[in-house]
Design a protein around this ligand. Structure first.
Ligand code: PLP
Length: 420
């Protein structure tokens, strides 16, 4: 059996911390923002749509009110690639998919689904929340007073035995957060088996929904031609076509505040969405939709554009992997994920040390996502999980930050070993 690697001495690690602190400019890696180089890939976007003319095949005037579902051609371009759905089963919203998720729960709260009791009238509404997960999903639950039911996240997706047990016995569990490709933060890709189990599992709630957040669905570092599990098809084949609500946006493909967000699902789900939404807006920003259409034009262009993003991001993720491998390989109870896309790496440190690692890194000028942020209510009972977000930094900053974080982990371990 492999012995854990011996730690360098406390004195050596403190010296190194001092050297790194003196060298390191302040670095903020709290959130996964696209970098300026990534955003510059979209420079031409700023001059679109210009004075080009556009007319939609369905006769909808893009320059006037209306078009609640979004421009047909835009739905036809993005629906299949980002949600695996045809144009008819997709609606385009404003710029943020997170806002659409929040809104969908709001509609469920007031109207409910398909004649079932509105969620707001129930004594308690619970959601399955894979942990580690995305803090803003948890924050939406907090906002509505939804009780979060944590389940462990593995490299293949959520712990399905726990999910199946919980949803089959508890009718108050009405939904579940899923980030199926390059999950935030461990980068997991849900396996076909996981997707099939989510699609087929019996649920005690008749209106149970998968909140399927495809935030990183086209965000691979290296293009992969492997077939992807199709959650809508799997649900429909299992007789649960209304189970998934799929979301995505172009926030991390173009200019983050000026993307377009989309929601999709079964024909019933789309009707429900549009029926609820007509009380909120006459129609979303179609000029921005047409700008997207003019910029990308085809699915092939979209994929080539995302390859360029993938190359920029992949180089940074490689740098973190190399640095962690050099310093942290074999250290007892330390491990990290090796994502193939997305924006984050999950770092696991020995129990009870996550906050200390963040504090040591901060002394050296590296601001990390706060310990606990990956867990419901910001509380990681084991205090082990950290999120690494290298996307925004330059390669040189990534290298520095990874060195600081690796040394902070070793120093926290050595302090504990020395009883300090
Ligand atoms: N979903 C996940 C899993 C994310 O990580 C993020 C952003 O970090 C979002 C959604 C935000 O998406 P949008 O910009 O479309 O609101």
């Amino acid at each position: 059996m492999l012995q854990p690697a011996a730690l360098p001495s406390l004195a050596t690690l403190r010296d190194r911390h001092a050297t790194l602190s003196a060298r390191c400019e302040p670095i903020n890696m709290t959130r996964g923002l696209p970098s300026p180089e990534q955003i510059s890939l979209t420079q031409d976007f700023l001059s679109l749509p210009g004075t080009h003319s556009f007319s939609s095949a369905d006769g909808q005037d893009w320059l006037n009110y209306g078009g609640l579902q979004g421009v047909l051609e835009v739905r036809a371009l993005f629906g299949p690639v980002m949600l695996g759905l045809p144009a008819e089963q997709v609606a385009i919203g404003e710029n943020s998919s997170l806002a659409l998720m929040h809104e969908a729960i709001g509609h469920a709260w007031i109207k409910g689904f398909g004649g079932a009791q509105p969620w707001g009238k129930a004594d308690v509404v619970r959601f399955i929340c894979p942990e580690p997960g995305y803090d803003r999903h948890f924050s939406i639950c907090d906002y509505y007073g939804i009780e979060m039911v944590p389940v462990a996240m593995t490299a293949e997706g959520p712990d399905m035995e726990a999910v199946e047990r919980l949803v089959s016995t508890d009718p108050s569990i009405r939904g579940m957060w899923c980030v199926p490709r390059h999950a935030n933060p461990n980068g997991a890709i849900y396996s076909t088996a996981t997707v099939n189990r989510l699609a087929t599992m019996p649920t005690a709630a008749t209106d149970f929904k998968l909140f399927w957040d495809n935030a990183y669905v086209v965000h691979d570092f290296i293009p992969s031609s492997e077939p992807r599990p199709d959650v809508y098809k799997a649900c429909a084949e299992a007789g649960h076509a209304d189970r998934p609500l799929l979301f995505a946006s172009t926030s991390k493909m173009v200019i983050p505040s000026s993307g377009i967000a989309m929601v999709g699902g079964s024909p019933n789900t789309l009707n429900w969405w549009l029926d609820c939404r007509q009380h909120k807006t006459i129609g979303p920003d179609k000029v921005n939709q047409v700008r997207h259409l003019m910029f990308f034009q085809t699915a092939q262009n979209l994929s080539a554009h995302m390859q360029r993003h993938g190359q920029l991001l992949g180089a940074k993720f490689d740098r973190v992997q190399q640095t962690f491998t050099r310093h942290l390989s074999g250290v007892a109870q330390v491990s990290w994920s090796r994502p193939l896309g997305g924006y984050f790496i999950a770092l696991l440190v020995p129990a009870g040390l996550a906050k200390r690692v963040v504090a040591i890194a901060a002394q050296a000028g590296v601001k990390m996502t706060p310990a606990g942020a990956t867990h419901c209510h910001g509380h990681d009972a084991e205090e082990r999980h950290l999120r690494i977000a290298p996307s925004y930094l330059s390669l040189a900053q990534v290298e520095q930050a990874a060195e600081v974080i690796a040394n902070s982990v070793l120093l926290a371990c050595a302090e504990r070993e020395a009883g300090q």
